[in-house]
Design a protein around this ligand. Structure first.
Ligand SMILES: [Zn+2]
Length: 135
């Protein structure tokens, strides 16, 4: 997926680098970044919510925000295959709800540990926090 680096960082950090899949009480939450032979390796997929081309699942014509953080969800390979093979179950609405729920859980978890920056900090928030700490 050719999303910008900014959108990519946002997608991975807000998802806690974990699979966002949850449906009817089943959650995945698999870690999608691991060290393989000492090298940090991504094992998850950045997936389109609204499909990229007319042959892709959940395609909508004339959709302007196709290659963005907004239209992406982070999933493990198994759940990427699952959601794309059952687009009548995993609709655009269901995937957005799944993503929002997962990101909210990651955010809540990150706030438990004061030494971990919250997943949803943006650059301005981070800069303000650092400046406050320097006074
Ligand atoms: Zn998964």
């Amino acid at each position: 997926m050719n999303i910008s680096d900014r959108d990519r960082v946002q997608l991975w950090s807000r998802a806690g680098s974990r699979c966002s899949y949850s449906y009817r009480g089943k959650k995945c939450n698999a870690k999608l970044l691991t060290y393989v032979d000492g090298r940090l390796t991504a094992t998850g997929d950045e997936c389109y919510i609204v499909g990229e081309t007319p042959n892709d699942p959940r395609y909508v014509d004339a959709f302007p925000k196709r290659i963005t953080y907004y239209n992406s969800i982070l999933l493990c390979k198994e759940h990427h295959r699952m959601v794309d093979s059952e687009p009548e179950v995993y609709t655009v609405k269901v995937l957005h709800e799944m993503k929002d729920e997962h990101e909210a859980a990651v955010e809540k978890e990150s706030r438990k540990d004061a030494h971990t920056p919250p997943a949803r900090t943006n650059d301005d928030e981070l800069l303000k926090a650092i400046r406050r700490a320097q006074k």
